[in-house]
Design a protein around this ligand. Structure first.
Ligand code: GLN
Ligand code: ZN
Length: 762
């Protein structure tokens, strides 16, 4: 009969015990033995919890000491040569050196896991010699069996996904790498089979991206080989995050089960399923509970969906599961007693999602009547929030319904604005500025803590912030920068700061999710219509401006970044939420302008990461993202200069959208990948103000004047000096004061040299 399954459970523990253990171990406060014991406890606790919830297929091996991609690399001995590793079992010191770097070697790169906010360690294949160092899924299986009597479902990253996400080889060499790694997968599979493991979950989310026929041929060959090697081991080929394009090819693979996402890409997966059917010898993993969001599911709708699926795949061959690993949601809503009860009741984190899975299975097995009470409770909880004034602000809904009535275009063209702005500001050639934040010293953090705990009054805290602002205005003056910032000392986090001040946001006390390694984030919850309440940044900006003899930029976080770094309500399309945020921010932009602030920067560092996995959905996303940005920035006067900032350099594929933002000035990161970005401007000229970061703020190193001159020279080979700005790559909040001042001093020096060179040419 129908069963419930899970794909992965949060690693971090109910109270982030995992993070605490890792950090204690790294700092030497915890020895290796106690560390491993503590981690085992967290791991087993998660397994027990899943059993208590009545989950039939419990994943094992999804737990990690840092990251699952790193685990996979290490399991196959893929340790780059620069680390101190001589083969055999990989010691923890090497494992963590790969993740975090050590005195001898720089860390491996880290990047986003598909379109989530989880970051994985990028395996480097170039000079590594693959060898199986440990059968991790097998160890995990044995542990769960021995300690808890749970016959778990080992989870591993599939070969194709692993290779596609690795670096250090040319695309045409992928075949060679398959040949090298396949025997190791074969060995892992054979050992699992010999152990009597029934199911293994092989994650191939890469199948939910845009793959070619060629790719599919290789995938097929891989699974043929694995099926031959371990015919009794049942493989659940798991896809998630999107629909599978090569549906017919995927369902013909020689595996015993296919897991599909019926939340993200649901329509397409459903269409494929009903059009092409589903093989009779396979089990369907029906990912119907959203593993990426934190809301209670509409269980009635989910039951209907299951019924629809069962017309193609009988319930006997169906597993009800989350759409992806629950790693992307917090552990449990239990401690969230500070939230409004109506909101709390409408939330479902990992544990509550497991309850939902169990409930769905029970409803199918025993009929809806058997769970009528629970279904009603769930329905009522959702309804209560839906109807609540917490969620509904009619004026916001009306404003968004009449979106066309709001300007999303500046009154004049860039050329016109540019002249007016130049008249107003009289900026020199190659104006210098920074990206917004200045060092958040321990002093600043302590002050905030004291204030949050109530040890400091509002007044005390405000005075402190003003002192910081004053210090840095004076420093900027002394350094000779042309456009100042106030320094963002009052902000911890660029989204939280605004979320706390806008209507429609809530903050959990314990809603942490892993971002990378031991770092966890607590995304704001956008639960209701977003509305502007009162000015959020005006006081600090105006104060800074009152001290300065140069323009001070107002500093805001843009609508798309706020959206992408939050948990977003799921009862309306994301773009509608983006428009709501945009209109709220527009009020802030207007308030700044009215207060005499003539340059306003709206940061969108998360614009790119919101891109859908499938290329054919990019245009739509970029369209509404650009519209949202423009809604928040279009009502200002010609003479008001709108800036934006993004911290990455892969630009070539979204350059049209960047241009469409119509910002007067954009600053972007380049120093870490200079050549590439410059190239993309070679055949794609950019004709508005632009600052390519001339030094890397991620490192404490103070760059020399010469280096920065060289950076500027390179950029000015393809960009117009008359439109070029000089700035660091990103905000300076993670840097120390001394290195910041020294770096900026050199930056101003470099600018002087460049000005002399380029003055004549303009
Ligand atoms: N204005 C922000 C800062 O300087 C921008 C941060 C970012 O791009 N992530 O900190
Ligand atoms: Zn940045």
């Amino acid at each position: 009969m129908i069963k419930s399954g899970n794909l992965g459970y949060p690693r971090i523990g109910k109270n982030r015990e995992w993070k605490k253990a890792l950090e204690a171990f790294w700092s030497g406060k915890l020895d290796e033995k106690s560390f491993l014991e503590q981690l085992a406890e967290i791991r087993l606790d998660g397994l027990k919890r899943q059993r208590e919830k009545g989950i039939d297929r419990i994943p094992v091996g999804d737990f990690t000491l840092y990251d699952h991609m790193l685990d996979t690399a290490v399991m196959f001995g893929l340790v780059p040569k620069r680390f101190d590793y001589k083969g055999g079992a990989v010691p923890l010191s090497v494992y963590y050196a790969m993740a975090r770097g050590d005195r001898e070697a720089t860390a491996c790169e880290m990047t986003k896991w598909f379109n989530t906010n989880y970051h994985y360690i990028v395996p480097e294949l170039a000079d590594a010699a693959p060898a199986l160092t440990e059968n991790r899924p097998l160890s995990a299986y044995r542990e769960a069996k021995a300690k808890l009597g749970i016959a778990g479902k080992p989870v591993m990253v599939g070969l194709y996904t692993f290779l596609k996400l690795s670096k250090g080889y040319e695309p045409e060499q992928i075949g060679g790498w398959i040949d090298r790694l396949l025997p190791l997968y074969v060995q892992v599979f054979k050992e699992l089979e010999a152990e009597g493991v029934e199911w293994v979950q092989v994650d191939e989310p890469i199948l939910a991206t845009s793959l070619t026929e060629e790719d599919m041929k290789r995938v097929s060959a891989v699974y043929e080989a694995l099926a031959q090697a371990a015919p009794r081991l049942k493989v659940m080929l798991q896809t998630y995050f999107e629909a599978v394009d090569h549906y017919e090819a995927v369902i013909s693979l020689p595996v015993r089960g296919i897991g599909l996402d019926f939340v993200h890409g649901s329509e397409q997966n459903l269409r494929s399923l009903t059009t092409f059917g589903f093989p009779e010898d396979k089990v369907l993993g029906a990912g119907v509970i959203d593993g990426r969001n934190i809301w209670r599911a509409d269980l009635d709708a989910k039951l209907e969906l299951l019924a629809q699926l069962s017309a193609v795949v009988p319930y006997e061959r169906m597993i009800v599961q989350p759409s992806c690993s629950l790693l992307h949601v917090p552990v449990t809503t239990e401690p969230e007693n500070k939230l409004d009860p109506v909101l709390k009741a409408a939330l479902a984190f990992a544990d509550e999602k497991l309850d939902e899975l169990a409930l769905l299975v029970k409803a199918v097995k025993e009929g809806k009547a058997a769970v009528a009470e629970e279904l009603t409770a769930s329905r009522e909880a959702r309804e209560a929030l839906q109807q609540s004034p917490l969620r509904n602000r009619p004026s916001v809904q009306e404003a968004v319904a009449r979106l066309d009535a709001h300007p999303s275009r500046r009154a004049s063209s860039f050329e016109t604005r540019r002249k007016v702005q130049q008249q107003r500001w009289q900026l020199p050639l190659l104006p210098t500025t920074t990206i917004g934040s200045f060092p958040q010293t321990p002093e600043v953090r302590q002050a905030r803590l004291k204030w949050r705990k109530g040890e400091w009054s509002n007044e005390q805290y405000e005075t402190f912030i003003r002192e910081q602002i004053k210090t840095w205005i004076e420093l900027q003056e002394e350094l000779g920068l042309d456009v100042f910032v106030h320094g963002e000392f009052e902000r911890t986090d660029m989204v939280e700061f605004f979320g706390e001040k806008l209507d429609g946001f809530a903050f959990t006390s314990n809603g942490w999710v892993q971002s990378y390694g031991s770092r966890c984030v607590k995304p704001p919850v956008i639960y209701g219509d977003v509305a502007f309440v009162k000015p959020m940044t005006v006081a600090e900006t105006v104060y800074a401006q009152s001290l300065a003899n140069k323009p001070v930029k107002g500093m805001l976080t843009g609508p798309i970044t706020i959206l992408n770094w939050s948990f977003v309500r799921d009862d309306m399309p994301r773009e509608q939420v983006a428009y709501q945020i945009a209109l709220a921010l527009r009020s802030e932009v207007e308030a700044l302008e009215a207060a005499g602030i003539g340059m306003i920067q709206v940061d969108e560092p998360a614009l790119r990461e919101g891109l859908p996995l499938k290329r054919d959905k990019w245009a739509d996303y970029l369209d509404w993202a650009v519209r949202a940005f423009r809604l928040s920035t279009s009502t200002v006067k010609d003479e008001t200069q709108i800036h934006t900032h993004m911290c990455y350099s892969e630009f070539h594929d979204i350059i049209d959208a960047i241009r469409a933002l119509d910002a007067d000035v954009i600053s972007i990161e380049t120093s870490r990948s200079h050549g590439e970005l410059i190239e993309s401007f070679e055949n794609n000229t950019y004709d508005k103000g632009i600052g390519l970061g001339v030094y890397d703020i991620h490192s404490p190193r103070v760059p020399s004047v010469e280096e920065m001159v060289a950076m500027i020279d390179r950029a000015l080979r393809v960009l117009d000096p008359a439109l070029f700005w000089i700035n660091p790559d990103c905000g300076l909040k993670t840097r120390k004061q001394e290195e910041t001042v020294a770096s900026l001093r050199n930056m101003v020096e470099a600018t002087k040299i460049a000005r002399e060179k380029y003055a004549v040419k303009c």
